[in-house]
Design a protein around this ligand. Structure first.
Ligand SMILES: [Zn+2]
Length: 144
């Protein structure tokens, strides 16, 4: 059951992952699913209630945490489940399936994290997305 206390300030979870699906390397199913999974994990981690996220330009591109460690058992389990459920022609479905599981796993991890850093995490857009204070506008051929 989802309680009021568990509500995340991120009003559009996974939006960055979904927008990025079209930009992930299209080499094979696994690379698409791995990209979506690790990004969703980091987003879920950063979205945990009360989590503190800062920025440090000296950290690597994918610092651990908020990204999962490559040997994280939960990460490997998610990738295995996606591989069993979807075929090679179902990359988007597999990526979304894995991303949802990874977002939840990352959020659980973030709830126990004393604070971590992520490059550009203090940027205006990133901060607004996490706080749910940003607005997105979809414009089709100049019509809002
Ligand atoms: Zn953290």
């Amino acid at each position: 059951m989802i309680s009021e206390r568990a509500a995340t300030p991120n009003f559009q979870p996974l939006i960055q992952v979904l927008l990025g699906l079209g930009e992930f390397p299209r080499t094979d199913l696994r690379s698409i699913v791995v990209s979506a999974t690790v990004h969703a994990w980091a987003e879920g981690h950063a979205s945990a209630v009360g989590h503190v996220l800062g920025s440090d330009p000296d950290r690597g591109e994918f610092p651990v945490p908020p990204y999962p460690h490559r040997d994280e058992p939960a990460l490997q389990a998610i990738l295995s489940r996606a591989a069993k459920e979807f075929g090679p022609d179902e990359a988007e479905g597999a990526a979304l399936y894995a991303a949802g599981l990874a977002w939840a796993a990352g959020r659980r991890e973030g709830a126990d994290c004393p604070g971590c850093v992520l490059g550009s995490a203090d940027g205006e857009v990133a901060t607004a997305m996490r706080r749910g204070t940003g607005r997105f506008r979809f414009d089709v051929d100049g019509r809002a």
